[in-house]
Ligand binder design. Sequence first.
Ligand code: ZN
Length: 238
Amino acid sequence: MTTWLPDLTQQRGPRYRAIADALAADITTGKLPTGSRLPTHRDLAYKLHVTVGTVSRAYAEAERRGLIGGEIGRGTFVRARVDSAPTPAPLATDWPRRYRHMRMHSCLHLLCAAVPAGVTGGSIGDGKGRLDFDAGETVLDKAAIEAKVNALIAQNLPVTSRWIDDAEMESRPELVRTMSVKPPSGQGRVRLMEVAGTDLQPCGGTHVRATGEIGAVRVDKIESKGKRNRRVSLSLVE
Ligand SMILES: [Zn+2]
């Protein structure tokens, strides 16, 4: 419907708001059903003896209220009504999957401790994960890294979190192992994850309570990604 013409005789206040109010009223009564196409700005302005700018403001106001929406090249339409009590969307955590992610995340912190190089990237997947290191000339030994990480796991070291303020974080740059990504600052505080006596770094992730929960892991491969970059991929041994 492009012939909609509001009755503004009962509306008070600025014209643009009167048009927006009339739109709202006609949508409520069903006179303008969902999907109705509204007149063009120019057309409505002509019929109401107002400026095009007034109609534009009215439509903008109605859009701000969620009543209508524009589609480029197609026009302006009445939106589906949003009930005041929306149906809650069901949310559920896939716990087994989440737990595998937690185990792998904690494991990557151990990998950080096992490889004496800056971290340039990483990824956590379901049951597997990887970190990229700026290893330079250092040759990374797959078997040695696997043995070291598994030894840290076997020690069942406590994994704990605490908060420090931005100032302390700033004064301890050695805490940041990731070379390319800086931890978020400006919130006043940063969360630190600590694997007792092994690794301490800012992290917002989910972790196990003690490294023993990780279980045995395997280093699958060490790849060369660039001149200095080495990618270490590992997986949980289920
Ligand atoms: Zn982390």
